[in-house]
Design a protein around this ligand. Structure first.
Ligand SMILES: Nc1ncnc2c1ncn2[C@@H]1O[C@H](COP(=O)(O)OP(=O)(O)OP(=O)(O)O)[C@@H](O)[C@H]1O
Length: 225
């Protein structure tokens, strides 16, 4: 599902990723762990098409997501590809404060030009699955931290993406809500067949995943292919 070879990322003289390669199968749940500053978020942003690798031609970089070499797409096609194939969950949910839960969840579907009724039906199904049926019209500041993060999960899933990238998804949750969120990832994989790549400092979550990849100083410590 994800195949990447020779990802290099430099910020000026700072080489944050030093030719990183990895291979992740469909339906796999992989965690990326490692010390602060190791390059985990940078890698996730590049795999998630939010950030570009440095000089892909020079370093012979290939990044294929769901069979598409994303290094070959122009910005417009990349946005479309991202909207249709990739879901994101961040540490801070990044919900839009002026929209209610249902509206926040529907945003990626509206960007994809899904009809309103269809998007709302799908959002309601997801909300029911995530135990949010009674929170449809609540604004983010009227929701608990765990509920906000579940709304963010529903938003990530509304377009039925093949891959979900999560960056410290439970970093802002108490241990009970964190545990529930972690269980949810595995239930979602079983139910919808998504592939998950999760950057985390949470040892418990990392140890639950199918594969734990350890990053240090811009490289994986063990073979990630
Ligand atoms: N836009 C940027 N410009 C300059 N340096 C950057 C930029 N983004 C990240 N870096 C640097 O790249 C290095 C890796 O950052 P990154 O956020 O990928 O690490 P991380 O492993 O996710 O760390 P953490 O666990 O603390 O989130 C850090 O030294 C950081 O300061």
């Amino acid at each position: 599902m994800i195949k990447a070879e020779n990802i290099v990322k430099k910020f000026g003289d700072l080489e944050v990723l030093k030719s990183v390669s990895l291979n992740i199968s469909e339906r796999e749940i992989v965690s990326i762990v490692g010390a602060s500053g190791a390059g985990k978020t940078t890698l996730l942003q590049i795999l998630g098409t939010l950030e570009k690798s440095t000089e892909p031609r020079k370093y012979n970089t290939n990044i294929s997501i769901a069979g598409q070499d994303i290094t070959k797409l122009n910005d417009r096609d990349l946005s479309k590809f991202r909207n249709e194939n990739i879901g994101f969950i961040f540490q801070f949910h990044q919900l839009l404060p002026e929209f209610n839960a249902l509206e926040n969840i529907c945003i990626p579907a509206f960007i994809k030009k899904t009809k309103k009724a269809e998007a709302e039906n799908r959002a309601k199904e997801l909300m029911s699955y995530l135990g949010l049926t009674n929170r449809l019209t609540h604004k983010p500041n009227q929701l608990s931290g765990g509920e906000q993060q579940r709304v963010a999960v529903a938003r990530a899933l509304i377009n039925q993406p093949k891959v979900v990238f999560a960056d410290e998804p439970s970093g802002n949750l108490d241990s009970k809500n964190a545990e529930e969120l972690h269980e949810l990832f595995f239930n979602l994989r079983n139910e919808f067949g998504q592939t998950f790549v999760i950057v985390t400092h949470n040892e418990e979550l990392a140890n639950m995943t199918d594969r734990k990849l350890v990053m240090a100083d811009g490289l994986f410590e063990t073979n990630a292919q």
